[in-house]
Design a protein around this ligand. Structure first.
Ligand SMILES: *Cc1c(COP(=O)(O)O)cnc(C)c1O
Length: 227
């Protein structure tokens, strides 16, 4: 078994164990392999081990890998900050965009998604703890943005993505994730089609699952440290 395959197997087991603590089924938590700054070869290795969803945060790097690996049936997720001039490439090459945080970007993605592609799955990136160095909207703007995205025919609003601040205490980390989950549920009450809450990374995915995450994004835990 390759190193990446064995990391994936270990992580799947950890996910099952964490889900069991909350009495939820593992298939309710989807694993995204964050392959940014790792090679197409590493992605192939993970794919061979059964991994199908990959996350990238730089458009050009991603487009190169997507072209190189076009024979593999991969779902590509954009998880990085979005410049509006990159929206055309993003709309054409990705299956999911997790980092939508303003209407201008949503409009451009909608404009550039082609008619013969399935609607683009989008998540609104939220930033509930006022961190200025990170992208994302507050709860109030999130609801306005959601209402606007619902009107765009080539986008399908699937939920929320968040990168909350790192806490040293697991309990404090859990509370932040629970606060995000609360907003997710409010939004779900307004728009029942919403089914995805993307939160949890290599260092904190267990707390995220315990708080109700449905999608975790792991890079380091799968591929090792980035340069
Ligand atoms: C890099 C990145 C991850 C993965 O981080 P790890 O700590 O390596 O698991 C997850 N989400 C986003 C948005 C990222 O940019």
């Amino acid at each position: 078994m390759s190193r990446i395959a064995s990391h994936l197997a270990d992580l799947q087991l950890q996910i099952v164990k964490t889900c069991a603590k909350r009495r939820i089924f593992k298939h309710n938590v989807q694993l995204i392999a964050v392959s940014k700054r790792h090679s197409a070869e590493s992605i192939k290795e993970a794919f061979a081990a059964g991994q199908r969803d990959f996350g990238e945060n730089q458009v050009q790097e991603a487009v190169d890998k997507i072209s190189a690996l076009s024979d593999l049936d991969i779902n590509w997720h954009m998880i990085g900050a979005i410049q509006s001039r990159k929206c055309k490439d993003i709309a054409q090459h990705f299956d999911w965009v997790q980092s939508v945080d303003r209407l201008k970007v949503a409009n451009k993605l909608n404009e550039h998604r082609s008619e013969n592609q399935a609607p683009l799955n989008v998540l609104i990136q939220v930033n509930l703890f006022g961190e200025e160095q990170k992208a994302g909207v507050d709860a109030e703007s999130c609801k306005q943005l959601a209402a606007a995205i619902m009107q765009l025919p080539k986008l399908r609003l699937r939920g929320l993505m968040a990168i909350p601040p790192k806490q040293t205490e697991p309990q404090a980390q859990l509370q932040q994730f629970e606060q995000i989950h609360q907003l997710y549920q409010e939004l779900q009450n307004l728009y029942p089609q919403i089914d995805t809450l993307s939160m949890g990374m290599s260092g904190d995915f267990e707390q995220a699952i315990l708080a109700g995450s449905t999608m975790i994004r792991l890079g380091t835990a799968i591929f090792g440290a980035r340069d």
